[in-house]
Design a protein. Structure first.
Length: 89
């Protein structure tokens, strides 16, 4: 089984406040993973760590060479002054 990404003891903090503690996670090729938990439990932080958008406080992340991870923020700001028109047929 090819492991795409694995974490061991992964932790994260914002302003020295621990928000994610000692997460062990592994994702194999072909697996479907759902991450579900209450608001504020660290789901987005975990995904940002896996995509290397946010630095881990401790622990390790091992990624398969060449692995690319896409991340779309929950809140998208679109400039309201940007003209967006579409032709009507």
């Amino acid at each position: 089984m090819t492991r795409l990404i694995t974490t061991h003891g992964l932790s994260a903090a914002y302003n020295r406040q621990i928000v994610l503690r000692s997460v062990d996670f592994s994702k194999a090729a072909g697996e479907i993973v759902t991450i579900a938990n209450p608001n504020g439990s660290g789901k987005s932080t975990l995904l940002r760590l896996l995509a290397w958008i946010f630095p881990a406080s401790s622990g390790s992340i091992t990624r398969m060479p060449g692995l690319r991870i896409g991340y779309v923020r929950q809140v998208l700001h679109i400039d309201p002054t940007l003209p967006m028109t579409a032709p009507v047929s």
